[in-house]
Structures are given as C-alpha cells and as structure tokens.
Design a protein around this ligand. Structure first.
Ligand SMILES: O=C(O)CCC(=O)C(=O)O
Ligand SMILES: [Fe+2]
Length: 328
C-alpha cells in the first residue's frame, strides 16, 4: 500500500504562508514525512546527472576519495566516498561533501573533523560535477531554511528562530547514493517480513531535517504509528522531507522523527539526501519551545557537535564511525 503524503506547494510561499505552515506542522506532528513541490530553480535532471556521472567514475578515482577507514592512504575521515560493503543489509555506495570552512577560522579546532575539507574527484572539463553539486547544495540550504521559517510560523513562534542554528558553519552533509541490486542471494540480515529484502534497514535520521530526491525510484517505506509500513509513491520533481532525531528531541517528540527503510527493487537505484544539520556549537538543547516562548519546562543549553558525536559512536554505533577520533 502506498502512503499519500501531505504536499507543501512552494509556489505559494509568498502568497499563502499560513496554510503552508499548517501543512508542515500537521505532517510533522503525524507521519513525519511530506512532499515539497515547485522549488524554484532546483534542477532535478542536473542533480540526477551528477549521480550518474559520479558513480560511473573508474574505481581508481573513487578509491582516492575513500574515507580513511577504508583507505589508510587518505586523510579524510568523515567526508568523501564510501563503498558497498559485502554482506551488509545497507547495500549502497555514496559520496558526501560539505561546505568548506576557512582553514584559519580560529573557532574551529584543527582536529574537528566535522569541518575537514571535502574531497572531490578529478574532472576532465566535460562535466562540472563539483560546481553543480555546490550550486545544488546552496539551493537546498535555502529551501531548508524556508521550510523552517514556515515551520516556525506553524508553531506560532518567531519566523527566523531556527535560522541562527545554521548560520555559523552548518555541519550539513550532502550525499549522493547508488544502490546496486543484490548479486546472488542477499544475506539473512537483509531479509524482512513477507520475503522482502532491504537495501537500507529501518532507521531514523540523526540530523535536523532531511531533503531527499528519489528521482522517481520506488523502494522508500515509512513506518506508521501502528507499526505497519507504507511505501512512498514516487512524485516527479518533488522532494521528500522528514526530520531527524535532533529536531524531534528539541521539540520533546511533538514533531516526529519517523523510522523509514529502503526495499530492494531489483534495479540500480540512485537517490540523494541533503542532511541539513546545525553548526557544531549550535544550541540543540531540549525544551526548545520554552526558549522560544518564555514558558514551560527549563530549556537546557546543549551543543550539537558533542551531542551527535556521542549518538553516532555510542548510541547508534555506526560501524564506520566507531573509529572517529574524539574532538575534545
Ligand atoms: O534512498 C532512500 O530512499 C532513503 C535513504 C535514507 O533514508 C537515508 O540515507 O537516510
Ligand atoms: Fe534516512
């Protein structure tokens, strides 16, 4: 069964802010997923071409971009390329980058790998991969901020209240992914109910807000409050949006970070999430609404960086992040 997600039509962003705000907050209080239509200037075809271009690069090129965990010759520990791992239920290769910060920024500790420089594949001049991806990043950053302004309106708080979390060096990760179909028999840990096979197991996102292009591929499924799974039917030129643990926790669970997974559809699958993420020093403490309204249980200041590092290393225990060095 497929899920009819609420749709936020951004062509109405100047004329009908209140009703868009209501759609967003209602969606985030319920299923936690929605579609965003009509994002001016966002070129999905170019975005898809970037995926195709990158994943057909020779293995040698990708190897130079591997995180240090997979290629000790490389310095990058957080950004770059990750390969398909044999016998893992998460069956995908991906490339991740961020906005670079100036190397001489005195507020960034030299060992803070959240802010390491992104690494890029060499180009031969026929396709400006890096320039395209960077332009797409800025468009998605702008879109995410607009969505958060609308969310704030829907929550009845000051429209720009979330903006400062992302003004100072956001830790956003922009990723492109390729899921190759299983070769032979999938491992047992990829098998789920009804003989289905996953290529990304059930999870919630950890970051603040995710904007996802599925490029009309099927496969994404969302968990309903009653525990059943519904598929997200592809919607051309639309972004799928959900929020992550960071935002949900700040809101005391009022807005939902909903579990989702990806089912094997038997063909090469390309998708691209933009993991919109606060700055390392940004305050993501609980009881955010008390801070925003001056009422309610005490808001407790908490920095994003140390909080999320503990989550990925010790709570979610992502195996490739287990080795990440401590920062402070
Ligand atoms: O590929 C997809 O459709 C979703 C991927 C996803 O959930 C993720 O990367 O967090
Ligand atoms: Fe996800």
């Amino acid at each position: 069964m497929s899920l009819k997600l609420p749709i936020v039509d951004l062509s109405k962003v100047h004329t009908d802010r209140e009703s868009l705000a209501k759609v967003i907050v209602d969606a985030l209080e319920n299923t936690g997923f929605l579609f965003i239509d009509n994002i001016e200037g966002l070129d999905f075809e170019l975005w898809f071409k970037c995926c195709e271009w990158f994943f057909k690069q020779p293995e040698e090129t990708k190897k130079k971009l591997l995180r240090n965990f997979w290629n000790p010759d490389n310095k990058n520990v957080y950004r770059g390329y990750f390969p398909v791992k044999p016998n893992e239920p998460s069956r995908k290769e991906g490339f991740e980058f961020a906005r670079d910060v100036p190397r001489n920024d005195p507020t960034v500790k030299p060992n803070n790998w959240f802010y390491e420089d992104s690494v890029w594949p060499e180009e031969d001049g026929s396709f400006p991969f890096r320039a395209n991806m960077r332009a797409l990043y800025e468009k998605l950053h702008e879109t995410a901020l607009e969505i958060l302004r609308l969310t704030a309106i829907g929550l009845g708080i000051e429209e720009d209240i979330f903006t400062p979390l992302f003004s100072d060096k956001p830790c956003t990760t922009y990723r492109i992914m390729h899921y190759p179909p299983w070769e032979g028999t999938p491992p047992d840990n990829a098998r789920i109910e009804d003989n289905k096979v996953v290529i990304t197991p059930e999870h919630t996102d950890t970051n603040f807000l995710t904007l996802l292009a599925t490029f009309d591929y099927k496969g994404l499924e969302v968990k309903m409050p009653d525990g059943t799974w519904l598929e997200v039917a592809p919607r051309p030129r639309s972004l799928v949006m959900n929020i992550g643990d960071t935002f949900s926790r700040m809101m005391g669970g009022r807005l939902k970070a909903t579990a989702h997974r990806v089912i094997d559809i038997g063909v090469d699958r390309y998708t691209s999430p933009f993991f919109f993420t606060p700055g390392y020093e940004s305050d993501i403490g609980v009881n955010f609404m008390s801070k925003a309204t001056g009422n309610g249980p005490d808001h407790v200041f908490e920095r994003y960086g140390p909080w999320v590092l503990n989550v990925i290393k010790n709570v979610k225990k992502y195996f490739e992040y287990r080795v990440l060095p401590d920062i402070e």
